[in-house]
Structures are given as C-alpha cells and as structure tokens.
Design a protein around this ligand. Structure first.
Ligand code: MG
Ligand code: ZN
Length: 214
C-alpha cells in the first residue's frame, strides 16, 4: 500500500515536471537544478555565476530552503528576479512548487533559471523539477565518498561540480577515488573542479552554461 502511494506521488510530480519542462522549452529557457548537501556552496556558486554573466544573459533564480529567505536575499543583491520557496521543513523541492513559482517571473524576459534545491543528497534526486540540466555540487570538506554513498544523484546528474578545491591541501580528500567512483556510475559525467574563492574553474563553468543557451 505504501509503495503505491509513493508511486502516485511521483507520477503526479512527473506530470508537473513535464509541464515545467514544456514551459521552459516554449520560452527558450535553460533550467538548472542544483542538488547538493547543505553547505557545499550552491548559493556562492549562484553569486559567482551572476556576477560574471548577469550582463550577458537574463537570469531568474528560485531558492529552495526549509526556512528563511537568507539565500534569496544574497541573490537579490545582483538585481535579478528571485523567488524563495520555503518548504516549511520539507527536505526537497517538488515540481508543483516550481510550477507555481513560474507565475512570479516574466518568462519572456528570461534565458536561464537557476533552481537551488534544498540541501540534501537523497530525496531531491527522486523529484524531477522539469530542469534542462541537473547539476551535482560536492565540496571537498564533505569527503570523497559522496558518489559511492549517494549513487543515484551521480547517475542522474548531467554535470558534477567539485567545489572548494582551494581546501584540497588541508583535507584528506582522495580525488582519484572520487573521480573513479563517479565514472563507474556515469562514464560520461563531466566534472568541473572549482573554487569560488580563488576563481579556479569558474571560466570552465561559465563556458558550460553559455553552451546551453541558444
Ligand atoms: Mg544555499
Ligand atoms: Zn525530501
């Protein structure tokens, strides 16, 4: 019985995700779903992205958090439209939340919508949001075993960002193992090594985004 209920929830989510995806396609919008553990640097990644590209492309941002509008306030400083979804303790975003949030944006004016999912490596993975690309963000202090422990994220993501690589000298992070584990799950996965603090890898990330916009 329980399995059936879960199945129904996911089916409803998939239907709404398809609606979001169709809307993105209709308006020529690239939707990016950032999935990571709390504290991996998703919001800093968004800030870095906006600081470099907001003059070139028209962005919107959807911030998902259990509580507070803190991330949305950080992003709003860049003068881009941002909507905060507070999940009231909920541990992931679902497509219906994104679908309703799209009403807050003038979609004609947007080229890229970045969705910052709730920090969590488990259930956000099970909920398609209608995104164009799914991005896994892992930071060095979390340890190199995240891909092997949370394989579904790395099987379904289109890109992995290894963030905070400026901390590699201070932490026992086995990058060879990290890479090998990801490649075993998803041989075609691109991994971008990045530090928003030093700027390393940022150009590669920006080029990847630019390549998505038609
Ligand atoms: Mg954040
Ligand atoms: Zn959840």
């Amino acid at each position: 019985m329980e399995v059936q209920v879960v199945h129904k929830v996911l089916k409803a989510n998939d239907d709404l995700a398809a609606m979001v995806r169709a809307k993105f396609e209709e308006y020529g919008i690239v939707g990016l779903n950032l999935i990571s553990a709390p504290g991996s640097g998703k919001t800093s990644l968004i800030e870095t992205t906006l600081s470099h590209l907001k003059a070139e492309f028209r962005f919107g941002v959807i911030e998902g958090d259990p509580d507070t509008t803190r991330d949305a306030e950080r992003v709003a400083k860049f003068g881009v439209p941002v909507t905060q979804i507070n999940t009231a303790g909920g541990c992931h975003l679902e497509a219906n939340l994104v679908w309703r949030t799209l009403d807050n944006f003038n979609l004609h004016n947007l080229q890229i919508i970045i969705i910052e999912n709730v920090g969590n490596l488990v259930c956000p993975v099970g909920f398609d949001l209608g995104e164009t690309k799914r991005i896994a963000v892992v930071s060095v202090p979390e340890g190199h075993d995240k891909p092997i422990k949370y394989p579904k994220l790395f099987r379904t993501a289109d890109l992995t960002i290894l963030n905070k690589i400026d901390l590699l000298p201070y932490i026992d992070f086995d990058e060879a193992q990290f890479t090998a584990d990801i490649k075993a799950l998803n041989p075609d996965m691109r991994i971008i090594r990045m530090s928003c603090r030093t700027g390393e890898g940022v150009e590669e990330w920006l080029a990847w985004i630019k390549g998505l916009v038609v």
